[in-house]
Structures are given as structure tokens and as C-alpha cells.
Design a protein around this ligand. Structure first.
Ligand code: UTP
Length: 292
């Protein structure tokens, strides 16, 4: 019997323009904006790490080098990190994971960004975590999806969450047959459908486990919504051939690439931390009083 490949590779696309966060993204990648005092990207990498990922491929673009620098370390820094508890976690992760950067020369869409990672992924199944979607979950969202992938004959899986009808136009939406509570065999995907035309309210916020046959499909995928090569279109190809599952993960998801989502994530993570919880609680009470 052929040995199954353990899933150990993740692709994190960070090559988008971050136009929703202009003007700061003229000079700083949005993935480096802080949630309390750690950059967004560290939460994403930590999720990959705690899910058992050993190799991360960043798909990046011009001006994104601070992300590579952040996961860099040297002997002096490690000594420093040992003294400062706050730096320790970041360094432990940086040392345990291999990071590779691959360039997307122009922002042709998420599907194209994933295709750019092909030479580094080679012929293995891999996870995709979007660089601005933060999911606070235990077990980690990617771990939940890997478990579904392993328990279902290594079929590709997308993480989904239910969104209000009026929000469907912000996401890729899936529909299909429910196999078990929260687990669907996907038959249809639509990128950013209007509330009137959406086939369901199950949205893909940015977590995927994909089999490598998606690359051949992406090679043949034409630009569609927004003139971009959409991953959602290639996922339809997977659903039609090797199959695709959708799993309703448990956890709280924040769109940190959007101003309100970013502010919410900051408050929620500050409320989870012993050193910031009380101060932020007092602040929220004061603000609520001020605004009535
Ligand atoms: P988004 O559309 O959310 O991010 O893409 P964006 O393009 O950076 O931001 P806005 O919409 O202009 O504000 C989802 C993910 O796909 C990546 C982004 O970096 C983000 O992680 N992406 C998108 C690429 O890597 N390349 C692309 O061509 C498009």
C-alpha cells in the first residue's frame, strides 16, 4: 500500500496590494500591522506551526521584505530573546519552521499567487492560510482542516463559516450536500455572489487544504471576477474532478485586512491577555459611557 504524505507545507500569500488599508500600505505591509504588539502575520504563522506545518512558503511582492526579516533571527537575537519573555515565542517559531519566499511579479489574483508557489510545494498536499485572515481557535483552524483531510481519504477541504445573507458579496461561497453535521461535499462555488444570487451562506474566509492537482487546474484558469485569476474558480475544478469538502470550523475569525475587523481583533486579543485585559476593559467601559 502506498504511504500517505503527512501534510507539512503551507502557502501564505501576502502579495496583495492592501488597497483597503491605504495609505499605510504605501510603506508597511498590512501583514506587519500589530494586533496588540505582535504583527498579524505572526498569528498566521503560529497557527500553521501549531497545526504541524514545518515549511512555509510566502508568496510576496515588492515592499514585503519586512515579513521575511521578521522571521529571521541570529545568535545575538536569540540570547536577547531568552531574556525577554515576549520575544521568546516568536523566536521558537522562527527556529522551528523553514520559510521560503517566492515572488508574484504582478497582483493577478489569489489563484495566480497560489500557482506561483508551485515550484516550492512540488507534488504534495498543502495548506493555504491567507495573510490577513486571523482565526482564533483551539485546536487551530488549519489543524481542524488537516484532521478532516486525513479522515476523508486526503480529499481537498475548505474551511467555511456562515455569514449573513447581505455579506455574501465579500466572499467565495460554497454549496453542496451535507455528509455529516458541518461537513459538506461541495458541488458549487461562486466568487462574491450578490445576496440575491448566492447559492448558500457558507463563506470561505481563507483556510484551505489542497491536493497538488489544483496546480494543473490553476494553469488553465482564466481571469474572472475583478479581472483576477480566482482560486474559487480552480476549486470548482477540484470539486468536479478529485472532489472538495467544506468544513464549518469552530473559532472566531477576524478580517484584519479591513479597518473594523482589524480594530475588533486588537480589542479581542487584548482582552485575552493578562497584561492588557483590565486596562482595555476599563477603556471600553469609559468609551461606551462617552458615546452613550
Ligand atoms: P485580498 O483582496 O483580501 O487582499 O486578498 P489585498 O489584495 O492585499 O487587499 P485589498 O483588497 O487590496 O485591500 C486575499 C489574500 O490574497 C493575497 C493577499 O495578500 C491576501 O492575503 N493576494 C491577493 C495575493 O497574494 N496576490 C494577489 O494578486 C491577490
Amino acid at each position: 500500500m502506498q504511504q500517505k504524505t503527512r501534510l507539512r507545507v503551507a502557502v501564505i500569500p501576502v502579495a496583495g496590494l492592501g488597497t483597503r488599508f491605504l495609505p499605510i500600505t504605501k510603506a508597511i505591509p498590512k501583514e506587519m500591522l500589530p494586533l496588540v504588539d505582535r504583527p498579524i502575520i505572526e498569528y498566521i504563522v503560529e497557527e500553521a506551526f501549531t497545526s504541524g506545518i514545518e515549511k512555509i512558503i510566502f508568496v510576496n511582492s515588492k515592499g514585503k521584505h519586512p515579513i521575511e526579516d521578521y522571521f529571521d533571527y541570529d545568535a545575538d537575537e536569540i540570547k536577547f530573546a531568552k531574556k525577554i519573555e515576549r520575544l521568546k515565542d516568536s523566536h521558537d517559531i522562527a527556529r522551528a519552521i523553514t520559510t521560503i519566499s517566492i515572488r508574484q511579479h504582478s497582483p493577478k489574483g489569489l489563484g495566480h499567487a497560489i500557482l506561483c508557489a508551485r515550484p516550492a510545494v512540488e507534488d504534495e498536499p498543502f495548506a493555504v492560510l491567507l495573510g490577513d485572515d486571523v482565526i482564533d481557535a483551539d485546536p487551530a483552524c488549519t489543524r481542524q482542516l488537516i484532521d478532516v483531510f486525513e479522515a476523508n481519504g486526503q480529499k481537498s477541504v475548505v474551511g467555511v463559516m456562515e455569514v449573513p445573507q447581505e455579506a455574501t458579496s465579500k466572499y467565495g461561497i460554497v454549496s453542496g450536500k451535507e455528509k455529516k453535521p458541518g461537513l459538506f461535499e461541495v458541488d458549487r462555488l461562486v466568487e462574491k455572489p450578490t445576496p440575491e444570487e448566492t447559492p448558500s451562506r457558507f463563506a470561505i474566509p481563507g483556510r484551505y487544504i489542497l491536493t497538488p492537482d489544483v496546480f494543473d487546474i490553476l494553469e488553465k484558469t482564466n481571469p474572472s471576477v475583478g479581472g483576477e485569476i480566482q482560486l474559487t474558480d480552480a476549486l470548482q475544478g477540484l470539486a468536479d474532478t478529485s472532489g472538495l469538502l467544506a468544513y464549518c470550523f469552530t473559532g472566531n475569525r477576524y478580517d484584519a485586512g479591513d479597518q473594523v475587523g482589524f480594530i475588533e481583533a486588537n480589542i479581542r486579543f487584548a482582552l485575552k491577555r493578562d497584561d492588557t485585559r483590565e486596562g482595555v476593559k476599563d477603556l471600553i467601559k469609559q468609551i461606551a459611557k462617552d458615546i452613550g
